[in-house]
Design a binder for this molecule. Sequence first.
Ligand SMILES: C[S@@+](CC[C@H](N)C(=O)[O-])C[C@H]1O[C@@H](n2cnc3c(N)ncnc32)[C@H](O)[C@@H]1O
Length: 424
Amino acid sequence: MLYLPEILFIMYKRLVSEEWDFKTANTKEYTHCYHSYPAMMIPQVARKLLHDYAPEGKFETVFDPYMGSGTTLVEASIIGKKSFGTDINPLAEFISSVKTTHYDISIMKKAFNNLQNELFLFTPEKVINTNFSHITSCDFWYSQENLIKLSYLTQIIDNIDSNIADFFRIALSEVVREVSFTRNGEFKRFKMSEESIKNFYPDTFRLFEEKVHRNLRGLKEYNSAAPNGKAIICNFNSSINIPSDVIPDGSVDIVVTSPPYGDSRTTVAYGQFSRWANEWFKFDNAKNLDSLLMGGKKSDEPKFNTISIRKELENIDSKEHKRYLEVISFLNDYSDSINNVSKSIRIGGRLCYVVGNRTVKGVQIPLDYFTAEMFEANGFEHDITIVRRIPNKRMPTKTSPTNEPGKKVGTMSNEYIVIMTKTH
Ligand SMILES: C[S@@+](CC[C@H](N)C(=O)[O-])C[C@H]1O[C@@H](n2cnc3c(N)ncnc32)[C@H](O)[C@@H]1O
């Protein structure tokens, strides 16, 4: 007689492969260099998935239901495919939109020259807007000097042609975070020590110029490489609904995505990372984003039936009911989203979900099994799950679930790429 773990192992076969490590790959080619973002997908992974697991027959459209910084969309564009992406984080929408736009390089260079001249002529008296009330605790997070300089950058960018201004705002967006007193290398908003602040003199304008130079190089590569597949950037919540006037049911040929692996509060803090830019640009929901992302709203009981992770959930519940409810809340939204995504894919279409199996209260949750199980209930057959090692710093191998600065727990060092085909 076979036990459940053995059955699952056979049903949802995992293939450990070094081919997917891309340890030394340049992950900053094309417009992938534009803006950092938590838990970005390696472009080479999206590229290889689109190549190796292209669906049989029609292959015109790609969909990413949690697009983040738009890695999948850029890769789809480069091979001439039409793509759709959605994310309820306005910063993600903004980054993805700029990364998939083919700005004219000579126009951008000219505009940049003009901006540099304006920077040269900077004096604090020229700054028109000195009201920073839209920034939470602005004096706590910024020096007055940097607020004034950021305001000047905003002012001179606002004065250029609105069709191209976003290219420069994307560089500003990173600077807004980098010159704040937030600790480097963490997605959550932890302030630097007083000692570090004393020695912190970022050169705001130089940082901005460096980023624009870098982005211009990426844009040039993107413009010369891409056959120009159109990318459609959306902001709908994939757990609630996929609007059929945007993506008709049964129209998508392949989904390539990396969903969150837990709620933002206890795993990857998308909302906190993005808050600097979201507040600076007065984007919607800047302050409460984490509560809107998957798992942000608490539920009391599971809305799904699972065999694959039942034991793990029971185990977590027996250790701490509160943590169990957090996990359930995320899985409820995640399974709703899987039901919606399933409908959008055509028969014969593929899905590639890059997921992380995180550990809660010492119990590892095999999200790859759960993902396969949920899609199976929606007419999909499991092809293979590729196990790849997480390279360098993309994914935090440690997170801070208790929200105490410096207190971190190990999460995982592999990711699992679940590949399935819709059969009925
Ligand atoms: C792992 S990240 C995606 C990273 C992306 N592959 C990249 O390369 O940048 C997951 C994304 O899911 C988004 N997200 C969370 N809940 C969502 C929901 N209900 N609908 C749409 N997007 C959501 C988060 O804002 C986050 O950007």
